[in-house]
Design a protein around this ligand. Structure first.
Ligand code: BTN
Length: 322
């Protein structure tokens, strides 16, 4: 893990200014290394106040209502516009109404809390205060590769946690994001198509950041706060997420889906595992071998036959023996 993440952890845990000399002795590195790490954190979207006498202090950039101020600085291919609400049933519904009224691609609905958060396969999504709950409107002009959007967004979220906080995040097919085999983020794609024409897609992304999780998710889900062992400011995470979403969406729009698939393979926690596959047609066990160009999971069943799973859920059973 890069030294900047070690410095970030120290800044996150200290409520006041902390001298560079103290950070350098805590980490056993030079003051120049600390200063370079601070510069790197600044380029990653964190704001660090530098006081020549007192040292460094991390600005608590957690106010999502102010995130719109930084959006233009991202210089992205998607023109993002943020639509912030405090409380709603589901950001997916607000984004859907906005899209029906003609809202442009890149409209992002953000809420502090959802009372009826929706998950994949009709499940409920717990979205208490402190998390990142967003829905993004896409209006793809070329739809050829868009069936890979959900995999692509899983990669974007995992890369964001890794680039921004040094967290080793993995993707579980199709698009859950895991840390230590526990779910830290989920993605839900909904949309509206007419005849064979795609009108819009709404990508819902939920990331457990500083929120509390209900007891029923104990052992199954995890938050960034649990991993880093302190609360983290959400604005830098949001901005890095939007940058990474832009990158993968652009790859798909430009027909470079192989990049998304390669990055998914690199981040995968599913490939090489013995898995239980649960689909509407039933369940079976097999070895997750690879993903196909169309995003399906290739599973070798215990009898040696090969199945391509296009929709459903999987449960990781155990690591494969080498
Ligand atoms: C899943 O893993 O089941 C998908 C979870 C998606 C949750 C997000 S939170 C923001 C958006 N609004 C919703 O109601 N759901 C998605």
């Amino acid at each position: 893990m890069g030294i900047e993440y070690e410095v970030l952890k120290i800044l996150l845990k200290s409520n006041d200014y902390i001298p560079g000399s103290k950070i350098s002795s805590m980490l056993g590195v030079s003051k120049a290394t600390v200063s370079r790490a601070i510069k790197r954190l600044t380029s990653m979207g964190f704001v660090v106040d530098v006081n020549p006498r007192l040292g460094y202090k991390l600005a608590n950039l957690d106010d999502l209502g102010l995130a719109h101020k930084y959006i233009d600085l991202l210089n992205t291919y998607i023109k993002y516009r943020l639509y912030y609400v405090d409380l709603c049933e589901s950001t997916q519904d607000i984004a859907d109404s906005l899209a029906r009224e003609g809202a442009s691609e890149g409209t992002v609905v953000i809420a502090e809390e959802l009372t009826k958060g929706r998950g994949r396969m009709g499940r409920k999504w717990h979205a208490a205060r402190g998390g990142l709950w967003i829905s993004i409107i896409f209006r793809p002009r070329v739809i050829k590769h868009m069936h890979l959007l959900s995999l692509a967004l899983g990669v974007a979220v995992a890369n964001t946690l890794s680039d921004t906080l040094g967290i080793d995040a993995k993707v579980k097919w199709p698009n859950d994001v895991l840390v230590n085999e526990k779910k830290i983020a989920g993605i839900l794609i909904e949309g509206r198509a007419e005849a064979d024409r795609m009108i819009y897609l709404i990508a819902g992304i939920g990331i457990n950041v500083n929120n509390d999780l209900p007891n029923e998710l104990e052992g199954y889900a995890i938050t960034i706060k649990d991993v880093v062992k302190t609360s983290v400011p959400r604005v830098p995470i949001l901005l890095n997420l939007l940058k990474n979403v832009d990158k993968v969406y652009r790859d798909l729009a430009e027909g470079k889906s192989y990049r998304v698939l390669d990055n998914w393979r690199k981040r995968s926690s599913t490939l090489g595992k013995l898995v239980k596959v649960v689909t509407l047609d039933g369940e079976f066990v097999g070895h997750a071998e690879d993903i196909e160009d169309d995003g399906a999971l290739r599973v070798v069943k215990l009898d040696g036959s090969i199945t391509k799973v296009h929709a459903g859920d999987i449960i990781h059973i155990r690591e494969e023996r080498a």
